[in-house]
Design a binder for this molecule. Structure first.
Ligand code: SAM
Length: 312
């Protein structure tokens, strides 16, 4: 009969580090899954990584055969906290040495439960986890943080959601990339022999590894789609004229429904708006003012501010 062992998460966690790294998560804009597609209430990756690791790894206090005294248990717990502290740092997310150390600890707990010895070699650890570790299932997967972090730790990840959008986001993060692992890109600009890494005279050709081939294709075909979309609908999104006479790209468009004016002699399509405000922040108030062109029967808009907006 197997012994019930408490998991690290039930005893103690290096919360200060986890909280600090989780707080940073929201401000990451480069390489973070949130840049793939916006989705609300995303869970910080650092917290998910820590929770999964600490839910899988035994607390040394429950392993008296290996750590008989409180001081042995404390030392081992500190060692596990040390791995966890490194694991949750964003820049270490793809550090294979740190990930291998974390995966090994999970495998060690699974092996302890099975009365076995965990393999030490990283690829063998991954195979061992694939065979013996229970899958991590997030039934409300949302932005996919838990599923992504489970997969990063070498665990079988499963997710589902009521809403098809998070299902698509999570599929794009954890289901599709592994299918293209170590594959060359297929776009005509890619060099089948590999890509150049490094800069200047230190640049060297390295073979397509991991998801680098897939990433290259996504960049190529993403740029192609952007150009095609621009050709077809770009004229609907003109640059804006600034007060100093220069023009600039619009970063956000606000849409409103319109209805034909009830006055049959008018002919205008009236915007249905609940507010003309763009920004209500004190001292930075901005709003839009409709300008009706009776000759063309159109409405255009000018941005006004900053000064207190007129009462509506
Ligand atoms: C806060 S998000 C989950 C975050 C996610 N666990 C992560 O790792 O980032 C909550 C999700 O639960 C989903 N949801 C709510 N009710 C549900 C239900 N009855 N069945 C499945 N999904 C549901 C929502 O669509 C939403 O995407």
């Amino acid at each position: 009969m197997s012994t019930h062992r408490k998991k690290l998460i039930e005893v103690s966690l290096p919360l200060e580090t986890i909280n600090r790294e989780s707080a940073k998560d929201a401000s990451l804009t480069h390489g973070h899954p949130s840049t793939l597609h916006r989705y609300w209430a995303r869970r910080p990756l650092a917290a998910c990584r820590a929770v999964i690791f600490a839910s899988m790894v035994d607390d040394p206090g429950s392993c008296e055969d290996e750590f008989p005294t409180e001081s042995d248990q404390g030392a081992e717990r500190n060692r596990l906290h040390g791995i966890l502290r490194q694991l949750v740092v964003w820049k270490n997310s793809n550090d294979e040495n740190i990930l291998a150390a974390a995966r090994y600890e999970i495998a060690r707990s699974i092996a302890r439960h099975r009365g076995e010895t965990a393999p030490a070699e990283p690829d063998a650890v991954l195979r061992y986890l694939g065979e013996h570790c229970p899958a991590v299932y997030d039934p409300f997967c949302g932005g996919g943080s838990i599923s992504l972090e489970a997969q990063r730790l070498g665990l079988l990840a499963r997710g589902s959601d009521l809403n098809p959008l998070p299902v698509l986001i999570t599929k794009a993060m954890i289901e599709l990339p592994p299918q293209f692992h170590n594959q060359k890109p297929v776009n005509p600009d890619a060099d089948p022999l590999g890509m150049f890494a490094g800069t200047g005279k230190h640049a060297e050709r390295v073979s397509w590894k991991g998801t680098s081939g897939l990433a290259n294709d996504i960049r190529y075909y993403g740029a192609w789609m952007r150009e095609e979309a621009y050709k077809r609908i770009g004229h609907l999104y003109p640059d804006v004229q600034l007060p100093d006479g220069t023009s600039a790209t619009v970063v956000a468009w606000l849409w409103t429904r319109t209805v034909p004016c009830i006055n049959p002699a008018c002919g205008l399509h009236k915007p249905l708006m609940t507010t003309f405000h763009l920004c209500k922040k004190k001292g930075n108030e901005h709003w839009v003012k409709p300008v009706v062109n009776r000759e063309l029967n159109t409405i255009s808009w000018v941005v006004k501010g900053p000064s207190p907006p007129p009462s509506q």
